[in-house]
Design a protein around this ligand. Structure first.
Ligand SMILES: Nc1ncnc2c1ncn2[C@@H]1O[C@H](COP(=O)(O)OP(=O)(O)O)[C@@H](O)[C@H]1O
Ligand SMILES: [Mg+2]
Length: 428
């Protein structure tokens, strides 16, 4: 099977093609070439070794046929095929014994007990596949230790409360197994400029961003509506230098203990690290001291930590533990109104002139970033209401609570300062 086949890929497709991760996740705009890339990868996989089995799965059989079948048939060279493409089974057999088949999640039975188990799995338009399909159907298929199947997950995004978003976030963490990419149509397909402009002028902004810029739009209930991965997430932030103070926002919550680590630079806040999962305040303190020995550490905890007893012993509170550890504490006696701290964060994220003053390290602060995106108002008590309440039912607000504490402490908004009333006499 050494005959060459010529396929040309766009640079973004090549980057995904070349990467060594076993689980790859690609969020990209509509018609950028996701399905095409998947066909090329499956084809390459089938040719590389004999008796391989690739399955390409879409939300339904008819959707996967629509997006892949014609492309696949036109890609595969006749000399590689054993017989004709099988239109009924949507399957191509190779002379080396490998096979590529198309399947749909609308027929889950067809996905069970595939034998031999697949060695390559593509999930197309994954955000439109039913929830839990990945853990319940796909992961078990990858567990055959001999086959060690690789997985490619591709889709345009659809909000932040689904498996596609969660797996995308997993691929942003530094690890060998998972890797995710987000590609904007305008960046990776300059040849599509005309089509993109047409879409921009016909779609509303949020739909356009989702469909073409592949953004994970948060719902209308999103608390930090000014947060935008493209603007605020960076892999370019400088690490702490030897003399910088270490600022840490903390939300006390047993076993979660969400803490984000910040540098305060000029009038900007750079989130450079995070801690998660300590059993209690004492073990979080231990972790911080180990990561940042002999540094000046300033913490921004939840005001309630002053009262909350951390142990039954003589009135020990979270605050007294932090003080004993030689951390400086900056917290209010009483937490400001939620809406005030939220407004403060949103204006630091982006003010009316478009300036951003808060940034997050792309690989080290994945939980803080996800929390910024996912934190939502409680249904019925949303933005615009004085009594707006953050939805705590999904447990995704812990890190963003900390972000509120530090932003509000360092950059309080009007309430505590004299309000400047502009002279509007010139106005009509
Ligand atoms: N590397 C490539 N070479 C040639 N044609 C491509 C390439 N990538 C994508 N295309 C073409 O671009 C169009 C859109 O690609 P497709 O994979 O269906 O997009 P998506 O799945 O992202 O919506 C298709 O007609 C496809 O054949
Ligand atoms: Mg497609």
């Amino acid at each position: 099977m050494n005959e060459k086949y010529e396929v040309s890929l766009f640079p973004f497709q090549q980057e995904v093609f070349d990467h060594k991760a076993r689980f790859k996740i690609v969020a990209a705009g509509r018609r950028t070439g996701k399905s095409y890339l998947a066909c090329v990868l499956a084809y390459h996989h089938a040719l590389e070794k004999p008796n391989r089995r690739a399955i390409l799965i879409g939300p339904t059989v008819s959707m996967i046929r629509e997006s892949m079948w014609t492309t696949l048939k036109s890609l595969v060279a006749p000399q590689h095929m054993s017989g004709l493409p099988r239109e009924i089974d949507l399957e191509i057999r190779f002379v080396n014994g490998s096979k590529i088949s198309l399947k749909g999640f609308d027929r889950p039975d067809a996905l069970r007990g595939i034998s031999p188990s697949p060695s390559y799995i593509v999930l197309d338009e994954f955000a439109f596949i039913k929830q839990h399909a990945f853990t319940e159907v796909v992961l078990p298929m990858t567990s055959d230790p001999v086959r060690k199947a690789s997985v490619l997950i591709i889709s345009t995004p659809k909000g932040v409360s689904n498996d596609f978003y969660n797996l995308f976030c997993k691929g942003q963490e530094p690890n060998e197994l998972w890797k995710s990419w987000q590609f904007t149509a305008a960046n990776v397909r300059p040849d599509m400029a005309e089509e993109i402009e047409l879409a921009r002028s016909t779609l509303d902004l949020l739909t356009f961003q989702q469909e073409y810029a592949a953004t994970f739009n948060t719902s209308g209930d999103s608390v930090f509506y000014n947060f935008n991965r493209e603007l605020h997430v960076s892999d370019n932030l400088l690490p702490f230098d030897a003399h910088e103070d270490i600022h840490i926002s903390i939300d006390f919550n047993v076993k979660i203990m969400a803490a984000s680590v910040w540098a305060h630079r000029g009038d900007q806040l750079h989130c450079l690290d995070e801690f998660y999962g300590s059993a209690d305040t004492t073990s979080l303190i231990r972790k911080i001291k180990k990561a940042y020995p002999n540094r000046s550490i300033i913490v921004y905890p939840d005001a309630s930590g002053n009262a909350r007893k951390s142990s039954a012993a003589t009135g020990t509170t979270d605050f007294s533990l932090l003080r004993k550890a030689d951390f400086k504490i900056r917290a209010r006696n009483k937490q400001p109104r939620i809406i005030d701290s939220v407004n403060c964060v949103n204006s630091l994220l982006q003010d009316a002139a478009g300036n951003c003053r808060v940034y997050f390290n792309k690989h080290k602060c994945t939980r803080t970033i996800a929390s910024m995106e996912q934190t939502a108002w409680k249904p019925g008590q949303t933005a615009g209401m004085d009594a707006a309440i953050i939805d705590k039912s999904k447990n995704n607000e812990h890190f963003s609570d900390g972000v509120r504490y530090i932003c509000e402490m360092l950059y309080p908004i009007s309430r505590d300062k004299p309000t400047v009333i502009r002279d509007r006499s010139w106005s009509f």
